[in-house]
Design a binder for this molecule. Sequence first.
Ligand code: PMP
Length: 415
Amino acid sequence: MSELSPILKQATPVLAERGEGVYLYGEDGRRYLDFTAGIGVTSTGHCHPRVVEAVREQAGRLIHGQYTTVMHRPLLTLTERLGEVLPAGLDTLFYANSGSEAVEAALRLSRQATGRPNVVVCHGAFHGRTVGAASMTSSATKFRGGFAPLMGGVVVSPFPTAYRYGWSEEEATRFALRELDYVMQTLTAPADTAAFFVEPVLGEGGYVPATAEFLRGLRERADRCGALLVVDEVQTGFGRTGRFWGHDHFAVRPDVVITAKGLASGFPLSAIAAPRALMEKAWPGSQGGTYGGNAVACAAAIATLDVILSEGLVENAATQGARLREGLAKVAADAPAIGDVRGLGLMLGSEFVDGDGNPDPVTAVRVQQAASAAGLLLLTCGPAGNVVRMIPPLVVNADQVDEALTLWQEAVAAG
Ligand code: PMP
């Protein structure tokens, strides 16, 4: 008899049998409102018919067209189609399987293209679990602890987390940029700095949106020292925040965009996009992989893009996000345990605190568990695990948002 490793930690007790739209159906015969979307992946809803059809069709034609051996049409078509949504100038793509791998790819590109060793990352960021990406991650010690030594050449600088310090966004931004300058005077000289990596919304770190001023500050510093600005859109991309890219909220120009999760509706696919002149500085053949840019995953991504654009899912994320946020704020107004509600679009978090304003993960997890037991699947995040997040599929409608809010209100009241 073999069994699953206890390394895995499961956030809900559900044994999923099938999924349809915003609902998951358990083997127990129950229906669950899935406001986790598989950690922000199934943006088109579970098993969207157009995605299923594209996958079926492609699987019958070619499953594995290994991209360092042969080229295949889905990869070429996807590459062309992504031009419709990528920021101007970021017209060259490299594909991998997971967000972590894409982060590694951006890290290698940054170092190879600049010939410099160091990357600056934000304190509280999550960039992945492979060793390079884990070295750039500080959203919780569980992602780093016990694996030491991690990779060198990573310098951590603050993210503007206003709520944590009881500051305004302006104060938090000023602090973060001042500290960044200090970091560059003391820890990484401009000539040693290859790139700044940033999430438009700190994801696993607690659903804290960046500020326009902070991202502008990163851009200015990158320009000044000839480093790259790499935006990790793994969780925020593909409409999640109510704009196509999370950084669209802040009018900043990235050099590299990293995408995964929502890109392929659940198939393992990730990509980095950068200008051709930058990609040309990478060493040919220094990146690749057996499965990257898998043909079925690419077919799923093309269908995903079609669905997102033709069904207006980015707009829906903005509309339903506003409705959900308003409802969450109402619940928080009557719940002293919720100190803050924040996020962008359909990427929203409620932060649980005790009477002194300290993180209260015990209540957060109790409420998350109660909601899940009542039929609303949720996840937590944040360094202390005290932020309950909502990331439903982008196809969610007003009735489903209201249904989730009712279940949420009951779970919070019982919590
Ligand atoms: N970057 C960000 C911003 C993420 O949210 C995640 C996943 N939560 C990753 C990278 C890593 O992606 P993956 O789990 O696909 O390796």
